[in-house]
Design a protein around this ligand. Structure first.
Ligand SMILES: Cc1cc2nc3c(=O)[nH]c(=O)nc-3n(C[C@H](O)[C@H](O)[C@H](O)COP(=O)(O)OP(=O)(O)OC[C@H]3O[C@@H](n4cnc5c(N)ncnc54)[C@H](O)[C@@H]3O)c2cc1C
Ligand code: FES
Ligand code: FES
Length: 470
């Protein structure tokens, strides 16, 4: 298997195993030691690099954690490490970090510089807040975030002067990036790599973004028969009338930025801000989240509450459709054969919009953390009555839980505090949390109750008020 990509300004053609991490290739084969190793679990951002994809003659750059990315997923991409931003003097981002005292020991700094450099390479730079969002996957343990945030704000200020007609030229003239960036689209095009870019292998174990697999069994993976399926998604979300199809390989970022969902669900973007971090969302896929079967998977909880169905495909092309709520048979046990893959996720929308949907999540940290408990709900109402309800909860059972009894109870009920109080009692009968590092069983029961109340307080502020529930 030959893997071809551009690393900074060099074309790479390698016969190395695609199962090794991009991080190890960068550090030990390409000898670029600016990319650091911190946690190797996607948490710290010290290993952040950019991955550029050719789209209609221009390159779209996204940050990712190279410690969890199989080398195979670099196929056909422009990979940019911190060395790729080198100029004779400091570049604009480095300058901002130095002048705002955004670096102390320096170990985390390359990751921050790459993330902010990636932000500069984006098409839009809406606000200082969005510049800070670009570094939500980078952790610093000694400088203090305020100085780094000031550096991000300074980068933002500079970018507000960018010439929209000559964005790349402007970045070069203003010392953000070296001049060779301008030739990358043509050079990548000339490599002539098929759009469905991951190298073909026939192993049984599918690898999407690798954000679960490379945390769970990094050492075993190179020995296993793998099949790389990342990046084969052209249009991640398609709406046809009242039906929505999500590609299994769609990333969390694809879903977060999907115009279809942003239009349908008012707080959609804010919900996804609670899912991992920018570099993880850029590579973690929807199918990966569903098949990983973590009882606290956030995308899983959302799709259960949207009453999704999954389209599974055998190697020979035979397909079957299954309600997602029937996919989970027990802890990490799925209604799926080894050879089946999730190709699509289907949703039906109510005839009349908007979709009444809400998601709640509590974790030990607000961002970049997995849930202690999460829950989602979607409702269809007519004349003050609930006519259809689908609710889910995570962290309260061995599987991502579709709240069957609570959902059925709610159907036909008038939206009023009494109905909710009864629903909360039913909810407690169908969950079975256990005590672990994320909280005691009692605490999780309490969270499930409070978060479920949160759905109604948010969706029906006129009808349901806190005072009536306590
Ligand atoms: C730092 C960090 C933070 C995280 N935070 C969150 C969070 O806040 N919320 C959350 O829900 N998750 C979180 N995750 C988990 C993870 O990012 C998600 O579960 C992600 O969606 C997994 O997708 P992937 O493509 O990376 O999966 P992979 O690791 O590639 O695969 C996971 C499983 O899915 C299988 N698979 C992949 N694609 C397919 C397919 N098309 N068909 C069938 N099987 C397939 C694989 O064989 C494997 O069993 C976090 C992970 C990390 C490292
Ligand atoms: S080494 Fe920490 S995120 Fe990769
Ligand atoms: S400067 Fe030391 S960890 Fe960030």
């Amino acid at each position: 298997m030959k893997i071809t990509f551009i690393l900074n300004d060099q074309v790479i053609q390698t016969e190395q195993s695609g199962a090794g991490t991009l991080l190890d290739f960068i550090r030990y084969e390409a000898n670029l030691r600016g990319t650091k190793i911190g946690c190797r679990e996607g948490d710290c951002g010290a290993c952040t690099v950019l991955s550029g994809t050719l789209q209609q003659g221009r390159i779209v750059y996204q940050s990712l954690t190279s410690c969890l990315t199989p080398l195979a997923n670099a196929q056909g991409k422009h990979i940019v490490t911190v060395e790729g931003f080198n100029l004779p003097g400091l570049n604009k981002v480095q300058e901002a970090m130095v002048e705002c005292s955004g670096t102390q020991c320096g170990f985390c700094t390359p990751g921050f510089v790459v993330s902010l450099g990636g932000y500069a390479l984006q098409e839009n730079h809406p606000s200082a807040e969005s510049a800070v969002s670009a570094i939500d996957g980078n952790i610093c343990r000694c400088t203090g975030y305020k100085s780094i945030e000031r550096a991000a704000a300074r980068v933002q200020e500079a970018l507000e002067e960018q010439d929209p007609d000559r964005p790349m030229e402007w970045l070069i003239e203003n010392h953000f990036i070296p001049a060779w960036f301008q030739q990358i689209p043509q050079r990548l095009e000339a490599l002539n790599i098929p759009k469905t870019s991951t190298p073909k292998t026939s192993g049984k174990l599918l690898v999407g973004g690798g954000t679960d697999l490379y945390v769970q069994k990094p050492d075993a993976l190179p020995e296993l028969p793998l099949q790389f399926v990342f990046g084969n998604t052209q249009v991640p979300v398609i709406r046809e009338g009242n039906s929505i199809r999500i590609q299994g390989g769609a990333t969390a970022t694809d879903l977060m930025d999907s115009p279809v969902f942003l239009e349908l669900v008012p707080r959609w973007y804010a919900y996804f801000k609670l899912v991992s971090s920018t570099p993880i969302r850029n590579i973690g896929t929807v199918a990966g989240n569903l098949v990983n079967a973590s009882p606290i998977g956030d995308i899983t909880a959302m799709l259960l509450a949207l009453n999704a169905r999954i389209l599974l495909e055998q190697e020979d092309g035979r397909q079957r459709m299954l309600p997602l709520k029937h996919f989970y048979k027990g802890y990490k046990t799925l209604d799926k054969s080894e050879a089946e893959r999730i190709v699509e996720i289907h949703l039906d929308l109510p005839e009349r919009e908007p979709v009444l949907f809400h998601f709640e999540k509590v974790c030990k940290r607000t961002y970049l953390d997995i849930a202690s408990v999460n829950t989602a709900i979607s409702l269809r109402t007519e004349g003050g009555k609930i006519v259809e309800a689908h609710a889910s909860a995570g962290g309260v059972a061995p599987v991502p839980l579709y709240l069957e009894k609570t959902s059925r109870f709610l159907e036909g009920k008038t939206i009023k505090p009494d109905s909710l109080v009864e629903a909360l009692e039913i909810l407690q009968t169908e969950i079975s949390p256990i005590s672990d590092a994320r909280g005691s069983a009692d605490y999780k029961r309490m969270l499930a109750r409070q978060l479920f109340m949160g759905h109604f307080l948010t969706l029906f502020p006129e009808t349901i008020q806190m005072e009536a529930l306590v």
